[in-house]
Design a protein around this ligand. Sequence first.
Ligand code: LMR
Length: 398
Amino acid sequence: MSLYSSFEPAQPDPILGLSAAFARDERPGKINLAVGVYKDSDGKTPVLSPVKEAEGRLLTKETSKGYLPMEGGAVYGELVRDLLFGSGHPVLRDGRARTAHTPGGTGALRLAADFIARHLPGRTIWMSDPTWANHPQIFHAARLQTNTYPYYDAATHGLNSGEFLSALEQIPEGDILLLHACCHNPAGADPDPETWEAIARVAAARGLVPLVDFAYQGFGEGIEADSVGLRLLAQSCPEFFVASSFSKNFGLYAERVGALTLVAANAGEADTALGHLVLGARTNYSNPPLHGSAIVCEILTDSDLRRRWEQEVADMRNRINHMRTLFVDTLAARGVSRDFSFLTREKGMFSFSGLDREQVDRLREEFAIYIVGSGRINVAGMTEDNMEPLCEAIAAVL
Ligand code: LMR
């Protein structure tokens, strides 16, 4: 009997499995609104111009490809923390934050999961219903228990803050509260600042430990504005984690450049916790990949490149918002009576379209349009060119 003869075929990943199916699809005019990757008005995922320039500079000035420390470079860590909190923030001034550079945001979440499983055992990870399809998979892979709190109300297409906050009151003390910092994936509906204050208050009162997934900084309202929730949490909660990513806002998807930042009660405990955290990196990937972080450092420490990067983030954000409006208007112009205007109130790449599984399947099978089975659409995959066929197909399946 051979080694794998009894294996059933693996279930395709709910998101990346669709990318593979899309790549195999030979129909012309196919449209991919599944995986969360930004596309420009030509339907391409561009290399940002400051990234290209930074890479050119690195090519000439880089002198070594020796290993980074297990937690990554010190400058990178500092830049990550400044973007999250703003330089001079009390958490930074008091030296309570430490950062491990990780392979992408997924790497950050997995590093956190392994750390929690090993050093903070018995804590359940509470996640929004719905959440990113990979969240439960990551925590289950680390043998952690997960549970959900109510978040999105499909009837109003918005956050159900009443149910959300009262559910938080029931979470056992010490458990881990997974939150999306902005541009909720998949719902596109975020708490407003008052709700963030309330979340922070309940989390602090109940001794919950927030783990903030921050993958879309700059895609909601702005680079600074998108961290409002995180900064409000930091005012109330003494200890928490942030898993952040530069995949989207630097377009560095394939470079796998992210970070896990932990905030501790004091600087000494932060050092001790980081010491254990990096051992998790050591037994997993040893030390992080250099190239993406070198690009980020080059851009964020050069005023011209930084200004151009901020502008490109704003351009991406504005294009997504424009596509939201155009989508709603084009559906209406096609005579679709269902109200899709909620899409213009939501933020970031994703929204729930409200399309059901059968409609999603028909879009893929009959029209070569790929969206996630839950009905999540990646608005950043829409362009002026694919809008008409897209809306025509949606009108047909509705
Ligand atoms: C998504 O949700 O589509 C992105 O975060 C990409 C991924 O890895 O799933």
